[in-house]
Design a protein around this ligand. Sequence first.
Ligand SMILES: Cc1ncc(COP(=O)(O)O)c(C=O)c1O
Length: 451
Amino acid sequence: MRETNFIIENNARHLWHPMAHPAEMQANPPRIINSGEGVEIVDIQGRKVLDAVGGLWNVNLGYSCEPVKKAIRDQLDELPYYSTFRGTTNSPLIELSYELAEWFKPDGLSRSFFTSGGSDSVETCLRLARQFHKVNGQPERTKFVALKKGYHGTHFGGASVNGNQNFRRNYEPLLPGVFHLPAPFPYRNPFNTTDGAEIAAAIGRLFEEEIAFQGADTIAALIVEPVLGAGGVIVPHETFLPLMREICDRHGILLIADEVITAFGRTGAWTGSRLWGVKPDMMSTAKAITNGYFPFGAVMISDKVAEAFESNKNSFGNIGHGYTYSGHPVGAAAALATLKETKRLDVAANAAARGEELLAGLKRLEEKHELVGDIRGKGLMCALELVSDRAKKSAAAKDTVQKVHDATYDAGVMVRTSGANVILSPPLIVTATNVQTILTALDAGLTAAKG
Ligand SMILES: Cc1ncc(COP(=O)(O)O)c(C=O)c1O
């Protein structure tokens, strides 16, 4: 490795960062994170801060999870790569598919299809949804319905069902035949109410109307995050997902739960679908499946979808989709070790308990700071929405949000900002003391931004 000065001088000079403007990155190079331990990360200046971002919603077990590291090392020695395209497979992957079928049994999901990450998993769900209907003799079911403010990764299919224009405008035209419903968002919605149940019912009516307008027999699937993450941690009312499930069932539309963030305990339940008592037809997972240590994902498939493909006797059932790294043996070994640790540490229970403490603390910050327009959360996914005017709900200025971020960092905690939202997704192993550290640092950040 070259010396520190070389690294700092070349920061953002020869690479473009995802989700950033290249010129802005060159003007204000990103922080260089050099190491991690427990729930903390250390930057190149040697500053140690608590990582309230949890990597990127994925390092659920923190940075020192030795069983996962060891599994990766051992698998690299044993078999560092082999393809799983028709004709070959590998042992850790077979074991993982068994473990995942057990893990997701309560969600009614029994088959897995492996990918290299969340966007791949979403793409796989969308493609398999269309194919499912072809297998079933309904080839006209090709359209997708999604939620505004939803985030489903950045492949063209995923970007098309995305509900945030930041990820759409520069890449249009996107996939035709995608329709969006309003988000189940009490703080901002077109229904003139803050009542979650009313909002859920109103979205249900719009969904029915859209189905009638498009023709149910043209719609392949509805895709939703059980708790909307990147769109600002939007927690739907408990009636929302069951209602969507019921409408989908009535019209033969598949329900895809995008659980790239929520699948392994983040909401306080083991899956977001289970949180709301709903069984999806397919589920996209990634991120925490390997604790973020290896790029990997799994699409989980329900018995209904599996049965259609597995009993198919013509070429419609043949899966013409997959990635070089689908079922990577090192990823599979990492996932096996991660699942074992995730279960052993019962991180879902900790996420539920620490999440309540975090949300209660955020409520106090909302009462104290005018800058906070709204706070939301479920388990260890929380957000503060910053506003310049509470009555008008106008978004806080970009430099104010940056000030909150920087001052919170200076006070010892890394948070993530997205637009005017401050998003918190710490590792699921945080302690009650860690939660208080996050709140104290945020308090300092909000105070500093006041000027
Ligand atoms: C719900 C959801 N779906 C899909 C993705 C895309 O995953 P990836 O960035 O691994 O491609 C994300 C990433 O944050 C996500 O939150």
